[in-house]
Write a protein that binds this ligand. Sequence first.
Ligand code: ADP
Ligand code: GLC
Length: 536
Amino acid sequence: MRIVIASSEAVPFSKTGGLADVAAALPKALDQSGHDVSLIIPHYPQFDSGRPNRPTTETTSFCLRVAVGNKIVNARVLRAKLSRCRVTVYLVDQSSYFDRQGVYGEDNLDYQDNCERFVFFSRAVLEIIQHFNLKPDVVHSNDWQTGLVPVLVAVEMRRRPGLDQTASVFTIHNMAFQGRFWHWDMHLTGLDWKYFNWRQMESFGYLNLLKSGIAFADMVTTVSPTYAREIQTPEYGCGLHGVLSSRTCDLRGILNGVDTEIWNPSTDPYIAKPYTIDTVELGKAACKAALQKQLGLPVRPDVPLFGSVSRMTGQKGYSLIAQSANVLLDQDAQFIFLGSGESHYEDLLTDLAASHPQQVSTTIGYNEKLSHQVEAGCDVFLMPSEFEPCGLNQMYSLIYGTVPLVRSVGGLADSVVNADDQSIARGVANGFSFPEFRSDVFLEQFCRARSMYADKPTWRKLQQNGMLRDWSWKKSAAEYIQVYEKAISKRQLAAECSRGKSPVELTNRDTNSDCHSTSFADGSLPWKTRLSPRNA
Ligand code: ADP
Ligand code: GLC
């Protein structure tokens, strides 16, 4: 299968969060299972230096010319190979859009021209596909930044010779970020205003690029089965639960995997002592001592060390940590916080480190090496998220024998098995989780983790359960292939529909189909669901 993946970030070229990890690891896993994969991302020069193993890029002779609103924007296209696989990466090099200090914004403020930047990038994806003759069976785009891609595939790409049956898949990594822009930005897309309606690109009066991707893609995925269910409810759907429920038959939740070439305690170059499941006790003890020493905490093997590596935002549950700080610090425990984000959380955690230097170390900023050292050196990983589409750090923790303490939402619920009496008896417990987003419930689990830490045999078992499970991308990549196949068969069906056969006649033939929602090649809706003239 020929697959093109579009993302606004991918390691080792750029990263602000888990999307970058996924956008590199999934193509690699698909390549390893024999598919032909290309990845298209923007080029952000700020990341060019300082990342180890960054593949070299070459400049291609292709000069992109893309219409964005009334402008024609030119760009260069760079090319590289993802390391240890055959995936070709195309980097869109447009300095006025992407050569900036931040990726999406600076000082916690989004760039004002984000709509223009990512409309440009989405259109560039189509031009690269055409110019380099990639002929994809499926174009897979991710999050609002590439939400326009499924629209462009439906409305424009399928009109191009040889590309009429291209299928599209759209993955939601986080409903909280929707790419909502004032309605007038619709003119930047170059699309007919007829698509600006409540079924397709409009939401509460705004242009909504996440909704656009959801509405137009042949198949929609999100990054865990639990999150796929949650986002169809008002509580987690961030205003889009209706559109998601309307696509329930085409929505799949696939848990992210882990790139085990990067996150592997037996080969990790950043940690003090590599270890395996057989040497976890000695290995982690050495890593813990080195981490305590490095961060100026008392080197004490007996004290439980809690760590967190994260964006410091409401999503990640820092309000629970803030509300519980006094009780947490009353315990004989140490804490390491690494991250950056909202200034009130940064300030609070920095102040805690200043007032409790024997117990707390806070590092504000992005530090890849330290993030590996925290995963290896801590005993417990804290992730009490308010919501969590998937979450990667709890899986890194499980691989490193670091027991996660999480709120049971989204991907955290799908990966962490709470150590209650039953799961311990069944030998499946691998961490601690709590249901309600309340500080008293969080503290209860915190205290359970602290006391269970003293029960070494049970603790070893929790570590082993986490380390034994296969967290690699193998299974998830196979699930993506099934989704791609489904998208392709829907597309073939729709193409036949457009050639004059009735949808009913065709869906009767489609034995795999569990629902019949489909659109014609140009993105218009079938007669049954066609919009009323008021909204068309
Ligand atoms: P999200 O994408 O919501 O931020 P994830 O858990 O999916 O959360 O992924 C976050 C990724 O970013 C992980 O790879 C994590 O290690 C990394 N990360 C987050 N903050 C930092 C930081 N301050 N330094 C290094 N890595 C970080
Ligand atoms: C988002 C989510 C996170 C997920 C990541 C990768 O940033 O917040 O939960 O792991 O995307 O899919």
